[in-house]
Design a protein around this ligand. Structure first.
Ligand SMILES: *[C@@H]1O[C@H](CO)[C@@H](O)[C@H](O)[C@H]1NC(C)=O
Ligand SMILES: *[C@@H]1O[C@H](CO)[C@@H](O)[C@H](O)[C@H]1NC(C)=O
Ligand SMILES: *[C@@H]1O[C@H](CO)[C@@H](O)[C@H](O)[C@H]1NC(C)=O
Length: 237
């Protein structure tokens, strides 16, 4: 015992209490202390990350919400104010009875609505290819006739004086074929001359005829009308 004390005093000449009395031996406490510290630090880090993430998502949510609110308000504004005035302006019921449908069909400026289609008669004339390109450039196609009603509708657009206008009919693989790839119905529209390469269809009055595709004619384009119908009609349908 005395030998051990002497040894300790030798190492600690200033008579200070041995370090073991000031603080428990370093090896005694830190095993849990360090774990706690580490856990605490990790916890802080996790919290920090969570808080940052949450703030970011709240921020984004706020932005998104306000965006869609603005959108809804704009849409409300359109639906509440502009839409009914469009319907009032373009879809006036003609006469009192029968009650006009709430929806209506619109054609672009200079186009004419006939039945279920918008039609446009060109001002210039040119070959069949040029006519077709002109229609495509306007998001439409050369006229395709399905029945006599449509033929009469197109006739009313081309004017009283019968003149030949290009329609979307051409000879293709020895068949008369419409530009929507449906075959020509000769029982409905009558027999045309033998289909031959370089020949295209014209409409003259109420009859379909054939001319060389290089000839000069005006042409008639068709496209589907824009359906303007009230929101309630849209919701019901
Ligand atoms: C939009 O209009 C509907 C009713 O038409 C209303 O319930 C809604 O609160 C409006 N929304 C906004 C953002 O004004
Ligand atoms: C003619 O065809 C159009 C479109 O395919 C159709 O809507 C219409 O009902 C038809 N008319 C007749 C009389 O067959
Ligand atoms: C059709 O006319 C255009 C110019 O209007 C011309 O460039 C083209 O070669 C003609 N096509 C045919 C097949 O004649």
């Amino acid at each position: 015992m005395a030998g051990e004390m002497g040894h300790a005093n030798l190492r600690n000449p200033g008579n200070e209490p041995p370090p073991a009395e000031k603080c428990p031996a370093p090896a005694l406490c830190p095993w849990w202390h360090r774990v706690l510290l580490t856990a605490g630090a990790l916890g802080h880090l996790v919290l920090l990350v969570l808080v940052v993430l949450r703030n970011v998502s709240v921020f984004q949510g706020f932005l998104g919400l306000s965006d869609s609110r603005v959108e809804i308000q704009a849409r409300n504004q359109t639906e509440r104010c502009i839409f009914p005035s469009l319907v009032r302006y373009f879809c006036q019921p003609q006469g009192q009875s029968p009650p006009a449908p709430v929806g209506c069909k619109l054609c672009p400026q200079d186009w004419q609505l006939r039945g279920e289609r918008c039609y446009w008669l060109s001002k210039e004339s040119g070959n069949w290819t040029r006519g077709r390109k002109s229609c495509k450039d306007q998001g439409s196609e050369l006229v395709v006739l399905k029945n006599e009603t449509e033929m009469e509708n197109v006739e009313s657009v081309t004017g009283r004086r019968p003149r030949s206008v290009w329609v979307g009919l051409r000879s293709r693989q020895k068949e008369w074929t419409w530009v929507d790839d449906t075959p020509y119905d000769l029982h409905r529209f009558g027999v045309l001359q033998e289909p031959d390469k370089g020949f295209c269809g014209t409409l003259k009055g109420k009859s379909l005829e054939v001319d060389g595709c290089d000839s000069d004619h005006k042409w008639v384009c068709q496209k589907a009308p824009f359906q303007l119908s009230s929101p309630t009609v849209g919701k019901l349908g």
